[in-house]
Write a protein that binds this ligand. Structure first.
Ligand code: ATP
Ligand code: MG
Length: 627
């Protein structure tokens, strides 16, 4: 089917459209009403229908594909690869569910999962889904305070954790962070279920509180745990946003709408049919990991690759070798991950046989054109940008090669996904902008299936964070965008990442893009810094590719000139700092506000989601040295 017809129908006849899409999943009781919204912007999809995410992800496939691989969990950290069929997954998840039940976990209870990218994370999530418990995966390796905040918000009955994670060959013990988090927490769970990987020989246990998963697993192995059918709008899981702009919000997801959105998007967006292979490089702790490492591919009867490790270890060819080995059809990664590879030799892109690879999807941050070209040329595969948020749960703007591939336009993720009623509006008047005029990207309610239903325990915050920005009832994405005459939308950055130079409003992204077109540049971050005369001026922080021969002065000069040539004198960077690393969140997003705070000596706000504090020290040193 053509994208245009598919999209049109989703907007013109939403109930008919979603009733059709709902047939992609198994319902124990079919929905009685497709959409119900007596109190917008709250809405309920598939009212009265009962279903279960775990049943759709596993049980439903057993008859036809029990012996097919469901999950391949690869760790280049431990050197262990686990290949798990649907039948084995069924067994592991039932066993895990039986352990949960034995610990008193039941429907509606929250379970915080603090695990690295290992198979047990997937087992634990699906086991919760099976019994109607609400999981909240917290990125393994988040500091104690991060974990404590999320525990106190979710108030879990159980914490599931590992003894340790690994990164770049180094063991990162989790247990000290868990102990610290639980002593800080005001709602500590009674038990911690520990998946002991045998990585931390010094691990201590607290008698009575800490339980060993291997012991309980042995007791319950082979158990059968019946599926708990849930009404479509009951909560399935909570997931906290990345915290790029401030304190993370606990995004609440439903069961039915999410299952339908997964079943539809895995096929129409990601072009994955049952039996095909998807490789998402995300951590399970992010929205992408939930949707396209776990629920999407499994609900779609596909094989999902899960990867623990760095993209450059043992060498920068590892991801492409995995694509070759497992016959990956669709790969999903982030611009950040790709820019890491871009610092390395492009020959790695051609070192493996990528004949099965059809698509490379990238999401999470703006995809700059030079990186997109570098990948397309190197891999010979279309690179598809896709824009979404933890809140949406699945791509809101992308192309849908599973239907038909519209022309790619570099710099734009593409067109609105089905069910998304999008507008680009003027920030103060709320009026829709003409083509090519910058505005705020908003969605008219109802949000499509799969999107958040509310903020956990805080309907008020749901309303004020997302729907309180305009006179009309509109969901604000809090991102700037422009739409072209063909309807393609380009994201220009976050509404709080705008630089106002002498009355000219410039998106940080435009300047970053321009800087990135310099051949020496690997990655750039631009922030606005106070200036007496102009209000604000752009300042550039950049990392260079390996083996750049020019002097820093020459490179910096070239960057300034590039910006002046492409965007005009008004956008000319006041300063350029060359650094070895840029500060990012754990999910790979540039933390521009931390750069801005360092340079202006102001409060950087919540830095708990910062990945590598050393990157900030690096910036501090660069600032001390001067531009
Ligand atoms: P918080 O909301 O807590 O500040 P966050 O917005 O970084 O954190 P996520 O939900 O992980 O948390 O990220 C969504 C945001 O990432 C989007 O709003 C957008 O700013 C950015 N983003 C995601 N994909 C793209 C893309 N393809 N192009 C441009 N920006 C993107
Ligand atoms: Mg956000």
């Amino acid at each position: 089917m053509r994208y245009e017809d598919f999209y049109r129908r989703s907007i013109d006849e939403p109930e008919l459209f979603w009733a059709e899409q709902a047939r992609r999943i198994h319902w124990d009781t079919p929905p009685q009403k497709i959409l119900d919204q007596p109190q917008p912007p709250f809405r309920r999809w598939f009212v009265g229908g009962t279903t279960n995410l775990c049943y759709n992800a596993i049980d439903r496939h057993l008859a036809e594909r029990g012996e097919q691989l469901a999950l391949v969990a690869i760790s280049t950290e431990t050197g262990i690869t686990r290949e798990i069929t649907y039948r084995q997954l069924f067994r592991e998840v039932n066993t895990f569910a039986a352990v949960l039940v034995s610990l008193g976990v039941g429907k509606g209870d929250r379970v915080v999962i603090y695990l690295p990218n290992i198979a047990e994370a997937v087992f634990a999530m699906l086991a919760c889904a099976r019994i109607g418990a609400i999981h909240s995966v917290v990125f393994g390796g988040f500091a104690a305070h991060n974990l404590a905040l999320r525990i106190d918000d979710a108030k879990p009955r159980l914490l599931i954790a590992a003894d340790a994670g690994m990164r770049g060959g180094k063991v990162l013990p989790y247990k000290p962070m868990i102990d610290a988090a639980l002593s800080e927490s005001i709602h500590p769970p009674q038990h911690v279920l520990i998946v002991d990987r045998g990585l931390d020989a010094q691990m201590t246990r607290i008698e009575g509180r800490d339980l060993d998963y291997a012991v309980l697993r042995a007791q319950h192995e082979g158990a059968a745990v019946p599926v708990t059918w849930l009404e479509a709008n009951e909560p399935s899981y909570l997931l906290y946003t990345s915290g790029t702009t401030g304190k993370p919000k606990g995004i609440q997801r439903d069961v039915g709408g999410y299952a339908v959105a997964m079943a539809m998007s895995i096929s129409t967006v990601f072009d994955i049919a049952p039996g095909q292979v998807m490789f998402s490089t995300s951590d399970v702790g992010w929205a992408v990991g939930h949707s396209y490492n776990v629920y999407g591919p499994l609900i779609g009867g596909a094989t999902s690759l899960l990867y623990e490790g760095l993209p450059t270890r043992p060498d920068p060819g590892i991801w492409w070798r995995l694509c070759e080995r497992y016959g990956v059809r669709t790969m999903f990664s982030s611009p950040t991950g790709m820019r890491v590879l871009k610092r390395q030799d492009a020959a790695w892109l051609k070192a493996s046989d990528l004949s099965t690879l059809k698509w490379l999807f990238l999401a999470g941050e703006p995809l700059d054109e030079p990186t997109a070209h570098w990948l397309t040329d190197g891999l010979g595969v279309p690179v598809i940008d896709n824009y979404w948020q933890t809140e949406t749960g699945w791509p809101a703007i992308t192309l849908m090669p599973g239907l038909d591939l519209k022309p790619l336009k570099f710099g734009s993720p593409g067109l609105p996904s089905p069910g998304y009623r999008m507008k680009v509006i003027d920030e103060s008047t709320g009026i829709e902008q003409p083509p090519h005029q910058k505005g705020v990207l908003v969605f008219e309610p109802p949000l499509p299936p799969g999107c958040l239903t509310t903020v956990w325990g805080d309907d008020q915050r749901y309303l004020s964070s997302y729907f309180g920005h305009f006179k009309e009832l509109l969901y604000s994405s809090l991102d700037w965008a422009i739409r072209d005459e063909d309807g393609y939308i380009t994201i220009l950055g976050r509404t709080d990442d705008v630089i106002n130079v002498a009355g000219h409003r410039l998106g940080t992204r435009e300047i970053e893009e321009s800087v990135a077109t310099c051949p020496a540049v690997a990655e750039a971050a631009v922030v606005g810094v106070y200036d007496e005369l102009k209000g604000q001026v752009p300042v550039v922080f950049a990392t260079l590719k390996q083996g750049v021969a020019e002097s820093p002065h020459i490179v910096a000069q070239a960057m300034r000139q590039r910006v002046v040539d492409q965007l005009g004198g008004v956008a000319k960077p006041a300063q350029v700092y060359l650094v070895n690393a840029l500060p990012k969140t754990r999910s790979g997003k540039l933390l521009r506000r931390s750069l801005q705070a360092l340079i202006q000596h102001t409060d950087p706000g919540d830095l708990s989601t910062l990945d590598d504090p050393a990157a900030l020290d690096e910036v501090r040193r660069a600032l001390d040295r001067g531009p």
